[in-house]
Design a protein around this ligand. Structure first.
Ligand code: 5GP
Length: 211
């Protein structure tokens, strides 16, 4: 018997965490193992870090282009984070949701609040906590792509970011990455099964009745 496909609306899965808590790794691993999940590539005015690739990690754009995108309504949300601007391009999200595909993004709490106001029915917001502050600082240092003052600044910001955890639907403590990815995958599976997202259910049940 072939797999039963029920038409559904896509979901917009958002991960937030203090930097270094592992949300980027979790989102990338989720996308690798799930062909129905696409990554939302944000725009940013921050310069690329070594190893970052335009169009894969971010779209690296000028401040002028960013302002144009905001003015033209091309961003679903945008925020100033650590002195740089970030935003989520609207078009890929609209297309994915309408086509019943899911999209995952990595945003700060400000972006998540904006999405909660704009697309409340499509949003599933997940907060990732580090197992400890020591682990968080260690991860920031191992990454070693930021200077000491930047690491210190990000640690201070982490405390502020963490204070927003009650605004999220789910919270994952990232003690081991494999377990965190498995938990994230469980969230995606459950959220896809929500009755309201399965827009083709009435049709499917009608088909069951008529044999
Ligand atoms: P980083 O510069 O370390 O890649 O990211 C810094 C922060 O910006 C992280 O908290 C990340 O989640 C957030 N961020 C990345 N992309 C976006 C975006 O499109 N919108 C918002 N609001 N925040 C973002």
């Amino acid at each position: 018997m072939s797999a039963v496909q029920i038409r559904r609306r896509g979901l917009l899965l958002v991960f937030s965490s203090p930097s270094g808590a592992g949300k980027t790794t979790i989102t990338r691993r989720l996308v690798e193992r799930d062909p129905d999940l696409a990554l939302s590539i944000s725009v940013t005015t921050r310069p690329p870090r070594p190893g970052e690739v335009d169009g894969r990690d971010y779209w690296f754009i000028s401040r002028q282009r960013f302002d144009e995108m905001v003015a033209g309504g091309e961003l679903l949300e945008h925020a100033l984070v650590f002195g740089n601007y970030y935003g989520t391009p609207r078009a890929p999200i609209d297309e994915a949701l309408a086509a019943g595909r899911d999209i995952v993004g990595d945003l700060d709490w400000q972006g998540t609040q904006q999405l909660a106001a704009k697309v409340p029915d499509d949003l599933v917001a997940v907060f990732v906590l580090p197992p400890s502050f020591a682990a968080l600082e260690q991860r920031l240092r191992v990454r070693a792509q930021d200077s000491d003052p930047v690491v210190a600044g990000r640690m201070a910001k982490s405390i502020e970011e963490i204070s927003h955890w009650p605004e999220y639907d789910y919270v994952i403590v990232n003690d081991t990455i494999d377990a965190a990815v498995a938990k994230a995958h469980a969230i995606v599976t459950a959220e896809r099964l929500r009755r309201v997202r399965q827009t083709g259910l009435a049709e499917f049940v009608e088909g069951l009745r008529s044999g």
